[in-house]
Design a protein around this ligand. Structure first.
Ligand code: FAD
Length: 422
């Protein structure tokens, strides 16, 4: 009988964009990686609109040609629509940054996530699907592995010098460690579904992400997908959506469609398909990004309101950074400790804080993008940098000074950095 291999260089929990990217790039560098994923891919996932700077991690993964050849709608811009249907000037990414990355894609996440997980396999990572991480294994406070329940291999204890938690909003490790801290203000819920045969705007705007306003700073997302489908969702305060008149998701959705002329027009004649989905648990971060033997990636590290489609970008970015940091420590022969991720934690925190400020501004009653960019075209340029994900090594002082005249911006949170090693 061949005994099951239980020791690896790295174990990754979760095969979404963060976990698969970490696993694919570590395997490419010759490390022995195991990815455990509780679902069987392809599996459903929300979050179809990519940010332009996803291009660079996807380029590292060697997946740009695949996406170029895919039938996914191309996304050239994001556009904002008032309740009365007035469409403001779209933010065309290429007007700001003349590079192939300026055009991105609207993707079915089932296919997109499988593409990256397949790449990890191709690079040599071992992938166990239908395998759920159940517990962290520790020795003297150091994480040394995980216990899993696998459809194929049953209950197993698996060991590695580093466990990467990329379990998304399940927050496998941080819930067990009691690290999760909710954002004090960003407490929305989302209700969404899919439409077939809905209207698309002409020309370059055909694949645009549209953010269409609702009362009380709620909003619709409208994301055109392949197969003549559109992802349509509402993000709003719970008390606004569930105002006591009905709990029925279809009734609530149809009621809100009447509150935005553009959405009403674009969905007229279209057919709603499939179920309504709902989620709360909005916007959180963790006390730490790492402890000895454990590091967090993607949504397991932190989650920000999806209004600017930053989630997949931050997940891919964290995956690339982690693969590089883990590889360089392993190559140096030094042990992987919590503080190996000092740089990673600071960099991710800075990216998340930049996006968080813009999310706060977006929800502020006094704020509008129109009034911001009226203060100078250079502010439109800085804002577009944020909207495309170009947030590293940039000075956004002028942008945030101007924004804070128009909106209450949050102080940065202190948590989320590497925990001091024991
Ligand atoms: C309503 C809503 C709308 C969104 N819209 C957008 C958008 O338009 N654009 C965008 O960029 N982002 C969007 N996001 C965010 C985006 O979906 C996430 O940021 C992104 O999926 C994060 O990737 P990840 O790899 O960290 O996690 P995930 O993609 O969630 O992957 C985590 C994986 O871990 C697996 N897993 C979980 N627990 C375990 C366990 N214990 N053991 C084994 N496996 C496990 C899960 O099955 C999953 O496959 C949206 C999010 C929400 C809630």
């Amino acid at each position: 009988m061949i005994s099951l291999k239980t020791n690896y260089d790295a174990i990754v929990v979760g095969g979404g964009p963060a976990g698969s990217t970490t696993g694919a790039l570590l395997a490419e560098k010759g490390h022995d990686v195991l990815i455990v994923e509780k679902e069987k891919f392809p599996r459903y996932h929300v979050g179809e609109s990519l940010m332009p700077f996803c291009y660079f991690p996807l380029e590292r993964l060697g997946l740009i040609d695949k996406l170029m050849d895919s039938g996914n709608p191309r996304k050239y811009c994001v556009q904002f629509v008032r309740q009365d249907g007035f469409l403001s000037q779209p933010f065309y990414f290429f007007q700001h940054f003349d590079h192939p990355s300026s055009t991105t894609w609207q993707v079915w996440r089932s296919e997109f996530d499988k593409m990256i997980l397949d790449k990890a396999r191709l690079n040599g990572a071992t992938v166990w699907e239908e395998t759920k991480a159940k517990a962290l294994l520790k020795e003297d406070e150091r994480v040394k592995g995980i216990r899993v329940e696998s459809s194929e291999f049953g209950s197993q204890e698996l060991f590695a010098p580093i466990v990467v938690d990329a379990s998304g909003r399940d927050c496998f490790a941080s819930i067990r460690e009691k690290w999760k801290i909710r954002d004090p203000k960003l407490k929305k819920i989302a209700l969404w579904t899919y439409y077939k045969g809905a209207k698309r705007d002409p020309g370059l705007d055909e694949g645009a992400t549209t953010v269409a306003y609702l009362p009380n700073k709620g909003w619709f997302w409208y994301i055109p997908l392949s197969g003549d489908m559109v992802s349509v969702g509402i993000v709003a305060e719970k008390d606004y959506l569930f105002d006591g008149s009905t709990k029925d998701h279809d009734e609530i959705f149809q009621r809100e469609i009447q509150n935005n002329e553009w959405i009403k027009d674009h969905l007229s004649g279209a057919e709603q398909t499939g179920e309504y989905r709902i989620t709360g648990e909005y916007s959180y971060r963790n006390r730490y990004c790492s402890t000895d033997g454990l590091v967090l990636a993607g949504d397991a590290l932190g989650f920000l309101d999806p209004v600017f489609s930053s989630g997949v970008f931050l997940a891919l970015k964290s995956g690339v950074m982690l693969a590089d940091e883990i590889d360089s420590v392993m190559e140096s022969g030094n042990p992987l400790t919590s503080t190996s991720f000092d740089h990673y934690g600071k960099r991710m925190q800075s990216s998340i804080e930049i996006m968080r400020k813009i999310v706060y501004a977006f929800y502020d009653d006094e704020f509008s993008f129109g009034s911001l960019v009226k203060r100078g075209e250079h502010l439109r340029a800085s804002l577009t940098d944020c909207l495309i994900g170009n947030v590293d090594d940039q000075d956004f002082k002028e942008l945030f000074d101007a924004m804070s005249d128009l909106a209450d911006l949050p102080e940065p949170v202190e948590h989320g950095l590497a925990r001091a090693s024991k």
